[in-house]
Design a protein around this ligand. Sequence first.
Ligand SMILES: NC(=O)c1ccc[n+]([C@@H]2O[C@H](COP(=O)([O-])OP(=O)(O)OC[C@H]3O[C@@H](n4cnc5c(N)ncnc54)[C@H](O)[C@@H]3O)[C@@H](O)[C@H]2O)c1
Length: 255
Amino acid sequence: MKPFTGRDFANRGGLVAGAGGGMGLAIANGLIEGGADIVLADIKPEPEGIAEGPGRALYLEGDLSDEGFVRAAVARARDHAGRFDYLVNTVGVWWGGRDVSVVDIEPDLWRRVLEINLDSMMLTARHAVPMMRANGGGAMVLISSIQALRGDAVAQDAYGASKGAIRALSKSLAIQFAADNIRCNSILPGYIWTEMMHRVDGEPGGRENKQNIIPLKRFGTVAEIAGPSLFLLSDAASFITGTELIIDGGTTALP
Ligand SMILES: NC(=O)c1ccc[n+]([C@@H]2O[C@H](COP(=O)([O-])OP(=O)(O)OC[C@H]3O[C@@H](n4cnc5c(N)ncnc54)[C@H](O)[C@@H]3O)[C@@H](O)[C@H]2O)c1
């Protein structure tokens, strides 16, 4: 086992789904800076700030809940690097206000949240696993949420259900494909300051209220998700599979 240096990814390849910003872009940049040749995919246009190397990046714009696009993106990733080692999936939407209790939610909205947050995980894994098998193994990191572990004070039932399902799916993938030398882990972030969170500035008490309930008294940063994600992908985590890493500044440790 090699010690983790954060630059362990030379001559490797893969796909970062949801890399148009936030955590996905930060993780993608860590892989590129570590030498991996990767495809970044997102429904958003290509963002600024993609790392320049030493690895090579290719950006694809499309809907990762659409199987045709996912199949093409995984194949492009394999061709780009000549192999496929890593799947990172950070795709997610948090539609608070419209994503409400099951008694009030529009069923079409419920289904769309599940399609984006959960089906994208199923589809990317479904197409990545055969590619990983072909080169003798690989590693996946799926981004869930601390809401996988608890209910919401203000119901956002589709989001919570999707995030709980990602955590369970990740464990199942880990067991199913361990014999193929494919590892799978999930990350459960707490409050991380990304575009997804900016809306709290519009709420009464906004950012302050949220920060006060976090034991470390601040939001996390995308770098604080990227570092542990890169560790879980790296060979330094070679005996870690089927588990989850909570990164929440202590929020879920509270009684
Ligand atoms: N920010 C937080 O506090 C927080 C907390 C817990 C969990 N998460 C989860 O972390 C992940 C990353 O979130 P983030 O905070 O970086 O926010 P983000 O909004 O920057 O990232 C989510 C990405 O998913 C992309 N996306 C949405 N629908 C898509 C689709 N149909 N096809 C392709 N791409 C699509 C978005 O364009 C966006 O780039 C999400 O799954 C989110 O639920 C975030």
